[in-house]
Design a protein around this ligand. Structure first.
Ligand code: ZN
Length: 75
């Protein structure tokens, strides 16, 4: 049977701290600041018209879940 990976949505405005969160599936710590792609791979980036980040689609490397990150706030 083919493994179907789960899809989750994580709203960054509901996360305490510096934006790190646990993968809802396997609990791996995912840090949006981490660009080394050791814990996740960025699959897609959605920008708003004003060049602001709207949504990131990432994939957890450990469990292959797809996570949509929303709720980016302007700096
Ligand atoms: Zn995971």
């Amino acid at each position: 049977m083919k493994k179907i990976s789960a899809v989750f949505v994580v709203d960054l405005t509901k996360i305490e701290g510096e934006g790190d969160f646990q993968c809802p599936q396997c609990g791996a710590i995912i840090s949006p600041e981490d660009e080394t792609e050791t814990t996740y791979i960025i699959q897609d980036v959605k920008m708003k018209a004003n060049d602001q980040l709207e949504e990131l689609r990432i994939k957890c490397i450990s469990c292959e879940s797809v996570i949509h990150l929303t709720g980016f706030t302007p700096l």
